[in-house]
Design a protein around this ligand. Structure first.
Ligand SMILES: *[C@@H]1O[C@H](CO)[C@@H](O)[C@H](O)[C@H]1NC(C)=O
Ligand SMILES: *[C@@H]1O[C@H](CO)[C@@H](O)[C@H](O)[C@H]1NC(C)=O
Length: 327
């Protein structure tokens, strides 16, 4: 009798908890029309889709684009063009970021900014670390890490004014190691640290910081990934080429291609997560996006290193081996 009651009470409690969670997640902030959001990297991919989505919801958007023509085409694509302002923005360039900051200041005037979305990112050169140099790491970090810092530092004062939100896109590569994409992983691990640091600091200003950690999605980042591989191989010295062998390169490239074809091509879950981080009344600190992330990569990140190594080795068990190491 007592145990039946206990089971019944537990079910009711779990049910109530789930309902409460669903209710909290569904709550939204109000006055969308006063909550301007600035986004970097709106030329293609997630940034562009987010700009379109926010305008559709009635949120004013200031979109940063690398190329002006992408801003013009975006303005034609959104439902209410008057809600969209765009400016050219190269997050690698101090001057360009400063100019964009001025545009934001002029656009929001005394109202302040509700959201800053540091979305712009690249994959950069990849391949085994033997094929890369420090400059490859610097180039990727220039956008994925320092570009995020520049962008947020330039716009922070406007967000403080409205006690709004900073949203940064990372990746599961910012949580778990990933062989042969060193520069990308390093840049994303660094940006995770940056986000955690400023989250604690900005508490005093009632500004919150949110991270997206998507798994693998097909955007222009993944599409350009294989093109750059040839260039990385071609610049190698004879000794390294001999150590790895052209056959290794071809097999590696092939496996890279087949992995990309397994990437999710529906980008909606990432845009949904962005939207919730900006407009949800109770936003999460970290958004894990994609089932691969939720079921595999995030649990993996919590395991002791020896267990992580074991899982990663298992996952890579069919990988090509450098020619010089083949029997
Ligand atoms: C990638 O870029 C091309 C043109 O630059 C564009 O047509 C395409 O829609 C982009 N893909 C994504 C997923 O944004
Ligand atoms: C962005 O700025 C960097 C640094 O000034 C520069 O090297 C790069 O060429 C610029 N990129 C574009 C697309 O203008």
């Amino acid at each position: 009798m007592a145990s039946t009651l206990l089971v019944a009470a537990s079910i009711v409690l779990v049910y109530a908890f789930v309902k409460l969670y669903q209710w909290a997640i569904s709550q939204r902030v109000d006055n969308y029309n006063k909550k301007t959001v600035a986004i970097s990297g709106c030329d293609t991919g997630f940034g562009r889709l987010l700009a379109i989505r926010l305008v559709q919801r009635g949120v004013p958007v200031i979109a940063g684009v690398l190329r002006k023509e992408n801003g013009e085409s975006l303005k034609k694509e959104v439902r209410t063009p008057s809600l969209l302002t765009f400016g050219t923005l190269n997050v690698s360039d101090d001057e360009s970021v400063k100019e964009f900051g001025k545009l934001v200041g002029k656009t929001v005037e005394n109202r302040g900014l509700w959201g800053v979305v540091a979305n712009a990112g690249i994959l950069g050169n990849s391949g085994p670390d033997d094929w890369l140099n420090a400059q490859d790491y610097i180039n990727t970090m220039q956008i994925n890490t320092f570009g995020v810092m520049r962008f947020i530092q330039a716009l922070k004062k406007y967000v403080k004014k409205q006690q709004g939100r900073v949203v940064i896109i990372s990746s599961i590569s910012g949580r778990t190691p990933r062989p042969t994409v060193g520069p990308y992983c390093v840049s994303k691990h660094a940006v995770e640290a940056y986000a955690d640091v400023i989250r604690h600091e900005l508490i005093d200003f009632k500004v919150t910081v949110h991270l997206l950690e998507p798994g693998f999605f097909t955007t222009n980042i993944t599409q350009t990934a294989t093109n750059d591989l040839d260039a990385v191989w071609n610049r190698l010295d004879a000794e390294t080429k001999e150590e790895y062998g052209k056959q290794f390169f071809d097999e590696y490239k092939e496996s890279r291609f087949s992995r990309l074809s397994h990437c999710a091509d529906n980008l909606t879950p990432v845009v949904d997560a962005y939207e919730h981080a900006l407009l949800g009344k109770y936003p999460k600190t970290r958004y894990w996006v994609g089932w691969d992330t939720i079921l595999f990569y995030i649990p993996l990140a919590t395991l002791p290193t020896f267990a992580q190594d074991w899982f990663i080795a298992f996952q890579r068990r069919g990988r090509p081996v450098p020619i010089s190491m083949r029997k």
